[in-house]
Design a protein around this ligand. Structure first.
Ligand SMILES: Nc1nc2c(c(=O)[nH]1)N[C@H]1C(S)=C(S)[C@@H](COP(=O)(O)OP(=O)(O)OC[C@H]3O[C@@H](n4cnc5c(N)ncnc54)[C@H](O)[C@@H]3O)O[C@H]1N2
Ligand code: MOO
Ligand code: MG
Length: 657
């Protein structure tokens, strides 16, 4: 059963080794993934803490205070001395829910006798249901499966939602009681498929039947959008809430990791530098000898075998930058601070020199490990791999590296009038630019995409194309057909045929008003859909504002949001629309002042306004800008203050050039 109730869920991984990083946590990510599928409308997050009773209690109490609906703990329910999750839970809950623990125990016993060693406690603290799950990923997933049907009902009961509870009583009484015996994992999967395919949308998907959306007789169409208008920031937040960071990794040759996100800490097995290295071309000396004459004994050239002989008082070794400093020397004096006293007859060797400046101990020597100590983390998990990271991997001889798997994204164009660039077009038709712009925007930010083609504004073909897109992609971007026309069918197909939830269907911005975001479950997997407007400038702006940050977040990039700065907008063209205007601009920094210049005609259809743009200037509607009174002998008039500074979203960092 896929639940449609809104819930906030937390997974609390309780484990000393997983919280210290000594062991990899797989239970948390797996539970999150399963919860997203079971409860697609829930907001799910995860924390990892040690097996510490006080800390467990403090997390559970915090969640209860925040009115989190359900907390699933995983770990710490066994018999070892540090296992204290049930004890902590018992001290936090006000009502115990032994039925949940019994159901898990009873059904687990059918799989393994070891289940009798579980000490799980379940109960309610304030309005939060707390469920102890086992620590093993397999056990945790199985136990979640055993009680999943009861969770939404429990949440509705806790919140005293009488109508929902009554409705659920009817539904539950019509369901057969599940039999715990002989459940091989294959039969369990099959059962899940059946349950999912009983969803109206999913059943249609299986058989690829026609869409249930009928294009209305035009007179019957909506005259008002059914979707409330949301602010851009709220829309961005909703998207992030429903996108889950990826935990799977790929192992790639180090040079192919450029632009990807590291999925492991990279340690240096050797200190850097690995030997005391000279910073200058000059002479290695004993600083205690001070200024004055030195006999030049040997030479140390970078790449040569290090000198083993101890340097003696009054001696110097001629040394080049990067060469190992000989034992006994504690300073390097650059050649500029010396004078030649004596050379060999043919001039090929120096015999004696004079040090002209008092040398200090440690001068111009890079000590062993002074840049990076042995065994320390040099590249950090979730760093975005840049050129220097590649260089460091080369330096360490790290030939392969683990990176975060990239999300699978499909791009689908819709519109009766849309043709491929190479096709002959008839009057009234246009060539598809959106699919190509989107593909290359994604590429610029390091993401691959699957081309899902162009479809007509016909619910049947839109449905079929979406099914194909969902087969292979976790994220699907559609363009066109998102607004108020009777042939704008994308959102209706998603809702009716796929049982999708449209989290928002309109955004208060120009361009980009019809932008929408939906989630749905297709064949047991959660899919995320960005419906972008057909207008090419709107489509690009919304890809930058909504899609790229979401994909960066999913790839675990720390800096997934584009930076925002304040800047001068010298061309003071007010925004006469009621929506904030996201103008395509070229941002320049000159003499310490950052200015943003408009990229020409800002109409939503003009893709040219996006060419060369490296930022978006957010210009608030003129109507919201304060009025300034101007007093004169003829009376007072009011003029709008045009703000000198506007917020700029930078999608190319101008400082990188
Ligand atoms: N009654 C209303 N009409 C419109 C509203 C509204 O609120 N009420 N919103 C307008 C806004 S704002 C936008 S933006 C557009 C968005 O429309 P759709 O997403 O439904 O897109 P289409 O109608 O399919 O196409 C709009 C426009 O874009 C061209 N287009 C479409 N796909 C492509 C493509 N792949 N490559 C290039 N150009 C494309 C299409 O030919 C149209 O000219 O709706 C307003 N209407
Ligand atoms: O929002 Mo639309 O993109 O203004 O033209
Ligand atoms: Mg339209």
């Amino acid at each position: 059963m896929i639940s449609s109730i809104n819930m906030s869920i937390r997974v609390l991984v309780v484990s000393d080794t997983r919280s210290s990083g000594d062991a990899k946590d797989t239970a948390g990510p797996k539970l999150m993934e399963k919860l997203h599928v079971l409860f697609p409308y829930a907001e799910v997050a995860c924390n990892t803490i040690p097996d510490d009773k006080a800390e467990i209690k403090s997390y559970l109490q915090k969640y209860a205070k925040q009115d989190i609906d359900v907390v699933f703990t995983t770990g710490g329910t066994g018999f070892s001395p540090r296992d204290v999750t049930p004890e902590a839970t018992r001290e936090v809950i006000e009502k115990e829910a032994p039925g949940l623990a019994t159901a898990m125990m009873f059904r687990s016993l059918a799989k393994t006798e070891m289940a009798m060693l579980s000490r799980a406690v379940c109960g309610v603290a304030s309005k939060t249901l707390i469920v102890n799950l086992p620590g093993s990923p397999k056990g945790a997933l199985e136990c979640l499966d055993f009680i999943k049907e009861a969770i939404p009902h429990a949440v509705n009961c806790i919140n005293d939602r009488k109508e929902e509870v009554a409705r659920e009583h009817i539904t539950i009484s019509q369901q057969p009681v599940a039999q715990p015996q002989e459940q091989s994992s294959a039969s369990k999967e099959a059962r899940e498929d059946v349950t999912i395919s009983q969803q109206p949308g999913a059943q249609l998907q299986e058989q690829s039947s026609p869409s249930r959306v009928k294009v209305n007789k035009v007179a019957a169409r909506n005259r008002e959008s059914p979707y409330p208008m949301v602010e851009e920031k709220d829309a961005s937040d909703v998207i992030i809430k429903h996108c889950m960071p990826i935990h799977e990794t790929d192992t790639v040759p180090f040079e192919e990791s450029f632009g990807r996100v590291l999925a492991e800490n990279v340690c240096t097995p050797e200190p850097i530098p690995a030997f005391r290295a000279s910073i200058k071309d000059g002479y290695a000396v004993k600083s205690a000898d001070g200024m004055g004459k030195r006999t030049v004994k040997q030479k140390a050239i970078a790449g040569d075998k290090p000198i083993e002989d101890e340097l003696q008082h009054g001696e110097a070794v001629r040394i080049s930058t990067g060469a190992p400093v000989p034992p006994g020397a504690d300073a390097v004096v650059q050649v500029e601070d010396t004078k030649l006293l004596q050379a060999s007859e043919d001039g090929s060797e120096e015999i004696a020199i004079e040090i002209l400046k008092e040398p200090k101990a440690g001068q111009d020597i890079r000590d062993i490990g002074s840049e990076v100590a042995k065994d320390s983390v040099v590249l950090h998990k979730y760093d975005r791999i840049d050129a220097a990271h590649i260089g460091i991997m080369a330096q360490l001889g790290k030939l392969e590296v683990k990176v975060v798997r990239r999300p699978a994204v499909g791009i689908l164009s819709t519109g009766n009038e849309i043709k491929e660039p190479w096709e002959r077009i008839q009057p009234g038709q246009i060539r598809d630019s959106n699919r190509y712009t989107l593909k290359h925007m994604l590429r610029k930010f390091g993401f691959h995409s699957m081309d899902c083609g162009i479809v007509k504004d016909d619910p049947n073909v839109v449905k079929q194309a979406l099914e194909k897109a969902f087969e292979q992609n976790e994220y699907v971007i559609t363009t066109g057909g998102a607004s108020m026309g009777e042939f704008d069918v994308v959102k209706r197909v998603l809702e009716v045929d796929f049982d999708a939830r449209i989290h928002f269907g309109r955004v208060n911005m120009k361009p980009g008003k019809p932008t929408s975001f939906a989630t749905l479950v297709y064949k047991g997997k959660l899919k995320k859909v960005f419906c972008l407007p057909g207008n090419p400038a709107s489509c690009s702006v919304c890809c930058l504002l909504f899609v790229i940050p979401a994909l960066r977040y999913v790839e675990n990039q720390r800096d997934y949001k584009f930076p925002m700065i304040r800047a001068d907008v010298p061309e003071k063209v007010p925004n006469s629309d009621a929506r904030p205007d996201y103008r395509r601009v070229t941002v320049e920094a000159k003499d310490g002042i950052i200015s943003a210049y408009s990229n020409g005609n800002q109409i939503s259809s003009n893709l040219n306004s996006v060419c060369n743009a490296n930022g978006l200037a957010i210009i608030q509607p003129q109507s919201t800008i304060p009025q300034r009174p101007i007093h004169s002998p003829f009376g007072t008039t009011y003029v709008s203050e045009v703000p000198l500074e506007q917020v700029i979203v930078l999608f190319d960092n101008i400082y990188e050039y």
